[in-house]
Design a protein around this ligand. Structure first.
Ligand code: SAM
Length: 241
């Protein structure tokens, strides 16, 4: 924002990591068909392992009810299902949900907005979000909604990319994210989406601040693990009674 409080052009748009919800949804609908392959190329296949760790932190087993918010093409929901839970995946991009449904017909994939989840209070034993929170138009509102639909004592897990702070990984990360990822995006014919990705990661809060905001949303015992050489943060908290 300028001193006068009016947004400047560079404060809004793919390069700033901030887009209105309608544009975020349209962008994910556009890239749905290449999303899984791009993840595998960009992470050398490691993204599956990160979702496994997120599902482990949710601690769900047979009989548990789990919700995966911003489920996209459904990979984290599938991990939760593998642990025996009954799983619902919710997302606002229909084309992403179509891919998810084809991969896992046994999971309920539903259209809905993370800013106003279409579920009752305390409906789930665990609520997860993988690589989705940084796209929320209002992060605090999204965290409050995830907490609202978790039962008291239930777990809320946030898996997100984070910016490594110490060299040499910070140099590598910058080169990879600022140059290689947008170049890959041009190859995938969606430069805007893959310019937005690194910018949205840069503007997302660091691990301490995210933990504080999860606490403010109604979660206790918030802790986090940084993995993959400092580029992945897994946060978990327990809903206050
Ligand atoms: C980077 S993808 C992550 C998909 C998946 N969770 C994964 O692990 O690959 C982000 C997803 O968040 C969804 N999303 C962003 N904001 C949302 C909102 N307010 N409500 C529902 N879905 C949202 C997008 O449609 C997209 O599918």
């Amino acid at each position: 924002m300028t001193a006068a409080g009016t947004p400047r052009e560079r404060d809004f748009g793919p390069a700033s990591g901030t887009l209105p919800a309608t544009q975020v949804r349209a962008m994910f609908d556009r890239i749905a068909r290449v999303y899984d392959q791009m993840n595998s190329v960009m992470t050398a296949g490691m993204h599956h392992r990160w979702r496994e760790r997120a599902a482990d932190l949710a601690r769900v087993g047979a009989g548990a009810r789990a919700l995966d918010v911003a489920t996209g093409t459904g990979d984290l929901a599938i991990e939760l299902r593998r642990r025996g839970a009954s799983v619902t995946g919710v997302d606002f991009a229909p084309a992403m949900l179509d891919v998810a449904r084809r991969k896992a017909p046994a999971i309920e994939f539903e259209r809905g907005d993370a800013m106003a989840l279409p579920y009752d209070d305390e409906a789930f034993d665990a609520v997860t979000v993988g690589f989705g929170a940084r796209n929320f138009a209002d992060l605090d509102r999204g965290l409050r909604e995830m907490t609202r639909v978790a039962r008291p004592g239930g777990r809320v897990v946030v898996l997100e990319i984070t910016t490594p702070r110490t060299p040499p990984l910070s140099w590598f990360f910058k080169a990879w994210f600022d140059r290689a990822v947008p170049a890959l995006g041009r190859l995938a014919a969606d430069p805007e989406a893959y310019t937005y990705l690194p910018s949205s990661v840069r503007r997302f809060p660091g691990p301490e601040e995210l933990a504080a905001r999860m606490h403010a949303a109604g979660l206790d015992r918030v802790r986090w693990v940084i993995t993959a050489g400092g580029i992945i943060a897994l946060h978990v908290g327990v809903r206050r009674a």
